[in-house]
Structure formats: C-alpha cells, structure tokens
Design a protein around this ligand. Structure first.
Ligand code: ZN
Ligand code: ZN
Length: 350
C-alpha cells in the first residue's frame, strides 16, 4: 500500500495504492460531480421495480437495463446481473432474491433519496457466500462492480483492531479493488474520506459529525490543538482541520487506517489547505507500539500523523487542548481516559 512519495501533491498522479488505477479522485472533483453522479438522464429506462425480497426468474446479463445515452444502469439491474451469475454457478438456489446477494457500497458514498444508477467500476460488493473464482467472474462480467469482498464473522463485528492487544479482524478482498470513499458533510465543510473497505470499519451513522458540530459551535475547535486518538481513516481529525484548528494530531494503532489517513490528506489537500511535506517511506509495522511519526502536512494548519498505541502517545504529544476518543462500539472508551490525561487538557468521547 505504499504510495508514490515523489508526487504526493500532484492530483494527476494520485494513483490508487491498492490497484494502481484511477479510484482516487481529488475531493473537490468528487464534490463537483456528486449531484449528477447517480442520477438518471433523459434517456434512462424507467425504474425496473424489482422487489428485493421476491425471487426473480428473468436472466439479467451485462446489457440488461443499460441506458443508451449515459450508459448507466439502475442498481437493481447490477445486483440482478450478479444474482444471475450466482445462480448459474449453482452457488445460489433458483428462488434466491436480490437482497440475498450482499451489501452494495457505492464507490463515492453519500445519502441520495433515490436508487443510484451506476457507471462502470462504481460498486464494491460485500458478500457472505462467494468464492474467489466467482468473485473474479463477477468483477470481469458485471461492469459496474469494481471489487468483491468476503465478509468474515458477524455483520456487527467491527473491522480492524479493538486495541493493540487484540488480533485484527478483517474482511477479505477476493477480486478487484476495495477502495471507496464516503462524503462527509458538516456545518463547516465537506470531505471525501477514502478507505480500503476490507480493512476499515463500515460507518453508517451521523451522530459523530453532530458532536463535532457542537464542539465547533461552542468555539472549541478553532485555533486549538486537537488530538484524534483513534483516527481510523482520518474523518474527525481532518474535520478539525476544516473547522480551523491550529494543529491536529491524528493517531491510530492500525497501519491500514493510518495509510488511508495519509491518502485522505492528499485527496482533500485543496479543501483542507494543507500539503504533505514529510512522509516516512518503507514502514510496514501492522500494529503500533511507541508512536512513530509517519507524515506531516502544513498550510492553514499543521497536521501530524502518528502510528502509535494511545497508551504511549504521551511520549510524543503532551498538553494539547482536546483529545477525541472514538473507539469501536464494543470497546469501553473509559479505559483509555487515564492514558490520555497528559496528552490533552480535555478528553472528549465521541
Ligand atoms: Zn483501486
Ligand atoms: Zn441515462
């Protein structure tokens, strides 16, 4: 997952670290395109009106439902195409329904009040029942699907590490690319947060953003020094940069999350008003111990990215204004409070 360190600030060369393709668009480009990205054009065929929990008997191939104008397809046709393959391979029974296929995640995720119509390579599928060979056939034969991920364990089990003593729980990328982004909207601006979806927790709720907005409205983020102690792909810490923090320290113990954080600083560089001027190359320790500085960006704010165990982060960071603690739902954030008392004057559980 090492990026190209010589071209970190050139968007044209921001290649996807997973597939080396064009999965990573600069955030301002994504936001410009977002309104029309999944919309029907005037030539698009009407909604197929397939019922997701009722078996469908018709065969759906990779041309079914394709718009002659914009070349997009309604999501149900795409999933129906996948389901037809699963039935033909004998993996699913003939009476299987669309909803049994898996969890579809659009590659530029944001809330839209209608079912999306998809261009090529704009869907990551998370599936429970699939083999490597069939995943390959899906990616090669269903043009809209860019990657197939196999879910491991319960749907409720978080992806990543709970703390530095636990072993990582990850999904498996079977074929294609698992890189996608979620557009995060807040009172003080928007960001595109990219993530390797087989390594990073899938986030659906908006309550954390609302808490950040409360901090912002209380004047606690502007000109302050903020530590995002469990930063994941960087969402909350980078929002603090947008909100006008003087300095933001992003930290996580899980290397895939930190690699995504650094990628997100690059992809959102224009919106954040910062540029990366240091990045540590050739680093591959998966789970952190003592903090190691992996990247620094400067501009409107100073941004430091550490790979470290939160319980040892005070070796590098002391006396900040705020430390945000955002653990997985199954972890009691209270147990990290004592460890954070030297890092920041105020500890906020998000
Ligand atoms: Zn990719
Ligand atoms: Zn169309």
């Amino acid at each position: 997952m090492n990026g190209d360190f010589n071209t970190v600030n050139s968007f044209h060369s921001l290649k996807c670290p997973t597939c080396n393709g064009d999965c990573i668009l600069p955030a301002e480009k994504v936001l410009d395109d977002l309104l029309s990205m999944y919309m029907a054009c005037s030539q698009c065929p009407p909604d197929p009106m397939l019922v997701k929990n009722v078996p469908i008997s018709e065969k759906i191939d990779n041309n079914s439902g394709k718009c002659p104008g914009c070349r997009k397809r309604h999501l149900d046709f795409v999933i129906g195409n996948v389901l037809t393959i699963l039935k033909e391979k004998g993996l699913f029974p003939h009476d299987a329904a669309l909803r049994e296929v898996g969890t579809p995640l659009i590659s530029f995720g944001y809330r839209i009040p209608y079912t999306p119509r998809l261009k090529d390579k704009t869907l990551v599928l998370i599936m429970d029942s699939v083999t490597k060979g069939i995943a390959r056939q899906i990616v090669e034969n269903v043009p809209e699907v860019k990657g197939v991920i196999k879910r491991k364990g319960m749907q409720s089990q978080s992806i990543g590490i709970l703390d530095t003593n636990s072993s990582p729980h990850t999904y498996e990328l079977l074929f294609g690319c698992d890189m996608r982004c979620d557009v995060v909207s807040s009172l003080f601006g928007e960001l595109c947060i990219y993530k390797n979806q087989s390594f990073i927790h899938i986030e659906f709720n908006n309550t954390k953003i609302i808490k950040m907005e409360e901090l912002y409205l209380n004047g606690e983020l502007e000109h302050s020094v903020v530590v995002d102690g469990f930063c994941g792909p960087g969402t909350l810490g980078l929002l603090c940069v947008l909100a006008g923090a003087k300095k933001v320290i992003l930290n996580d113990a899980w290397l895939p999350a930190i690699k995504n954080t650094i990628l997100n600083i690059k992809a959102n560089s224009a919106l954040l008003g910062v540029k990366i001027n240091f990045e540590k190359a050739d680093y591959d320790k998966l789970i952190a111990d003592e903090p190691v500085l992996l990247a620094r960006a400067e501009g409107k704010s100073e941004v430091l990215v550490y790979h470290g165990d939160i319980r040892k982060l005070d070796m590098a960071i002391k006396g900040s204004d705020i430390c945000l603690i955002d653990t997985f739902p199954s972890v009691d954030p209270g147990r990290f409070m004592a460890a954070c008392k030297d890092i920041a004057r105020r500890i906020i559980i998000i």
